[in-house]
Design a protein around this ligand. Structure first.
Ligand SMILES: [Zn+2]
Length: 264
């Protein structure tokens, strides 16, 4: 085996192994700082491409829900440093990006009808970031495309940038249909559920959220596609996970973590 390839493989073996918050083995090749920069850059482009909402009540409402979730998320970025933007977009979508960015479409409010349900959506999205799912997907793409030698080229090329957007879960905004994997979706559900419980939002409302999502039917963007995983298996998993997070919710409420977010 050529020495360079052997060295690259060894580096993948040593540097690439990470463990997700739920204890799953992950391939993580990029420095977090690089993912943060990519997330911030993508967010800037999105804000340029799509109209944002200046409605003060709506922005207050979304912030009121997102900040307590961020405070218990374990993110290395402080809760008040995250940038949270409401996009005037009728599709029922939301996303979070490395580098401390959250986007919420106005259309998600048709599906997330209560503060606790919106907390389930945003908690899920923060869960993707906390578990470094974007990095994992870029890393897997790099390996399947021939290894680390192509990293520089992938970052520079237009096609590569699209893949990175897709890996960040921004496929729909850039016209690429590439949802998160089923494993990542389930993991984001688990992390989000625990996050909402610790922040004092009722985790049981996540079940109603996905029922609403199911009712909303075919108009879902890739992030919430019914096949990743199916709504019924998702609802079953979330129901089974309630006993784990219920005590966290009750103790958060006892400790005075009772978010008062008024839906406009
Ligand atoms: Zn997701």
């Amino acid at each position: 085996m050529p020495r360079v390839a052997a060295a690259a493989l060894l580096w993948v073996a040593l540097a690439g192994c990470a463990t997700s918050p739920t204890g799953r083995n992950q391939l993580i090749l990029l420095p977090d700082s690089q993912m943060d920069a990519l997330g911030a850059q993508s967010f800037t482009e999105l804000k340029r491409a799509q109209p944002t909402s200046n409605d003060p009540a709506l922005n207050r409402y979304v912030q009121c829900i997102a900040r307590p979730l961020l405070a218990v998320s374990g993110s290395s970025i402080p809760a008040d440093r995250w940038e949270i933007v409401v996009f005037n977009d009728e599709s029922a979508n939301a996303f979070a990006l490395p580098g401390g960015k959250i986007g919420v479409h106005t259309g998600i409010l048709k599906v997330a009808e209560t503060p606790d349900q919106l907390a389930a959506v945003i908690g899920h999205e923060i869960g993707h970031v906390i578990a470094r799912h974007g990095n994992e997907r870029v890393s897997e793409t790099l390996v399947t495309q021939g290894g680390l030698a192509v990293l520089g080229e992938v970052m520079k090329s237009r096609g590569g940038r699209q893949e990175i957007f897709a890996a960040l879960g921004l496929g729909v905004q850039f016209g690429i249909l590439l949802p998160h994997s089923r494993t990542q979706e389930s993991e984001a559900d688990r992390i989000g559920l625990e996050m909402m419980a610790r922040a004092g939002f009722d985790p049981a409302e996540s079940i109603q959220l996905w029922k609403n999502m199911s009712r909303n039917g075919g108009s879902q963007p890739p992030e919430f596609l019914s096949t990743h995983p199916s709504h019924s298996s998702r609802i079953a998993d979330l129901s089974a996970d309630q006993s784990r997070v219920r005590p966290l919710y009750l103790s958060a409420r006892e400790q005075g973590r009772v978010p008062q977010c008024k839906r406009p």
